[in-house]
Write a protein that binds this ligand. Structure first.
Ligand code: FAD
Length: 317
């Protein structure tokens, strides 16, 4: 079922969902299941599975280093299919512009359709670790909006090199990313919102936001999006702080602000166990306020560990 249908069916009740990361190549999928299992009691209608950019590895060949590009956490679509099969919930594979040609994207979409995956998240992806700026892959897309357009075209039977009419054509529900504190490369929040509107106009069905720690920023973003004519559901993304280092890391990587009260509480912690508890409590307060405000879904970034998400969901749902 589509995310938008889940939201409509919930008739104003806030739904619970979360995002998981594929295991490192060669590792068992069991660890992923062990982290999903405890969250199933909160009835997530859908689970997102991220896609990682490829990275460079150096292979020692008799003293000479051979530089190769590889994806350390492949398997997004396979994991989506396994989760759908095992838990009977919908899954949302993240599709990236970076690292994929348009042809490869088309094949992934065909796979998704065969596997009964009805939702996809269309993202540009970040720059590779070794690069300062995002460089479009040769034969791929430069912006998420173009990826949305390709997916929408395919749903209408317009493939890259031919038009195919089929009775059971794919009909994906498309999510895109939104940034309450603007995307790090955008010159202003207003210009970033214009870009978001372009993704909506290209055919996006819903938005999931980047993490934020101050709900006021989310509420302002939703209002500004409405003023821009964006009327599709906007789902807040919540990440509980888990280690002290997040105070530097999250603002550095995502260019987001952390409220002073949260900084103080984290800095007062004697160890990371205490920090994890502070993160849980902050996320509970955030979640309760967002739920009271009637957000369609609370979407949690689990980063592969579910104990804190379970503690939050237990208080909120
Ligand atoms: P876009 O919408 O293409 O925007 C990128 C930047 O370009 C923005 O600054 C925008 O304002 C600007 N822009 C857009 N169009 C134009 C234009 N025509 N001309 C000039 N500027 C333009 N990353 C991963 O690698 N894997 C994941 O699984 C993943 N999941 C994510 C899930 C969520 C909910 C979110 C919020 C992010 C996720 N990301 C993921 C990170 C995301 O890939 C990065 O934030 C990326 O840098 C931007 O992606 P986007 O889809 O927002 O890009």
């Amino acid at each position: 079922m589509k995310i938008t249908e889940h939201i409509a069916q919930a008739q104003g009740e806030t739904l619970f969902s979360f995002e998981v990361i594929p295991p490192v190549k060669g590792k068992s999928i069991q660890e992923l299941y062990d982290n999903i299992d405890p969250l199933m009691e909160f009835n997530p209608p859908f689970i997102d599975v991220t896609t990682s950019r490829e990275e460079y590895v150096y292979i020692d060949r008799n003293g000479l280093l051979d530089k190769k590009k590889t994806r350390m956490r492949p398997g997004t679509v396979g994991i989506c299919a396994s989760i759908q099969h095992k838990y009977q919930v919908d899954t949302v594979p993240h599709l990236l512009c970076g690292g994929f040609t348009k042809e490869e994207t088309e094949y992934v979409l065909v796979d998704c359709h065969y596997l009964g995956i009805e939702n996809v998240m269309a993202l540009r992806g970040d720059a590779m670790k070794e690069e300062k700026y995002f460089k479009p892959t040769e034969g791929g897309h430069a912006y998420a909006k173009e990826l949305v357009a390709q997916i929408r075209d395919l749903c209408g039977g317009k493939y890259l090199h031919e038009t195919i009419t089929a009775a059971d054509a794919a009909n994906f529900c498309i999510g895109v990313a939104g940034y309450p504190e603007k995307h790090l490369e955008a010159p202003s929040l207003q210009s970033d919102l214009k870009r978001l509107k372009e993704k909506v106009d290209a055919g996006a069905d819903y938005v999931v936001t980047q993490m934020f720690f101050d709900n006021a920023k989310f509420f302002e973003f939703v209002e500004a999006a409405k003023d821009m004519g964006i009327t599709i559901p906007i789902i807040p993304g919540i990440k509980p702080i888990a280690v002290k280092r997040h105070l530097q890391l999250l603002p550095q990587v995502f260019r987001i602000d952390i409220p002073q009260d949260l900084i103080d509480a984290v800095e007062d912690c004697a160890n990371n166990k205490a920090v994890r508890q502070v993160g849980i409590e902050w996320a509970i307060q955030q979640s309760k306020e967002l739920k009271d405000a009637g957000v369609p879904v609370l979407h949690y970034y689990s980063m592969g560990k579910s104990d804190n998400i379970k503690a939050i969901a237990g208080e909120v749902f």
